[in-house]
Ligand binder design. Structure first.
Ligand code: PNS
Length: 166
């Protein structure tokens, strides 16, 4: 059984992230989507919501698990006996960033391997940043960026502000 990790901040989980999981599913038997911490980021959504968005976005896909791990990616990789980490590449900036992370991880974990999937043309402009920016204006206009189930959760929250800011 081959296993791939798709790690990220997922703030929030986008259709681009889902496409990476789908690509990973075609290459590996099992995919673990790992919500992890990027120490350089401050998050817009609390952990519980980022988890809920990721799970809702992937609910119909088989062979996928969503987990949270607050440690290092290399430690998770070893613990799960993973075969690869899968990341998406939209442009040269992404590539440079991901290659640097891959190098950092390979220096610390023998056998660590990254698989990069180039974004499909329709997903090149999709990002969590763009989704957060749009959301500042309205929860409308998020189609094409977020899974319908995530948009529904955001709208539900908007109609129920006691649940927190959205
Ligand atoms: O979606 P992001 O913010 O680009 O994801 C980055 C993430 C969370 C995958 C990365 O920061 C990470 O691997 N964090 C776990 C902690 C770790 O291993 N840090 C060193 C890797 S450079």
């Amino acid at each position: 059984m081959s296993l791939a990790i798709v790690p990220g901040s997922f703030d929030p989980f986008t259709l681009g992230h889902r496409a990476i999981v789908e690509s990973a599913l075609s290459d590996f038997d099992e995919v673990v989507v790992a919500l992890m911490v990027n120490a350089e980021k401050e998050y817009r959504f609390p952990l519980s919501e980022r988890m809920a968005f990721a799970k809702a976005s992937l609910a119909d896909l088989p062979r996928v698990r969503v987990i949270f791990d607050g440690g290092l990616l290399v430690d998770l990789y070893r613990r799960l006996g993973a075969d690869a980490v899968c990341k998406g590449i939209r442009n040269e900036t992404d590539r440079a960033y991901e290659e640097k992370m891959d190098e950092w991880n390979r220096e610390r974990c023998e056998g660590f391997r990254s698989v990069f999937y180039e974004a499909l043309p329709g997903l090149v402009e999709v990002s969590s940043t763009k989704a957060r920016e749009r959301l500042e204006e309205s929860p409308d206009g998020l189609e094409g960026l977020l899974h319908p189930s995530v948009i529904a959760l955001l709208k539900e929250k908007q109609g129920n502000p006691g649940k927190g800011k959205a």
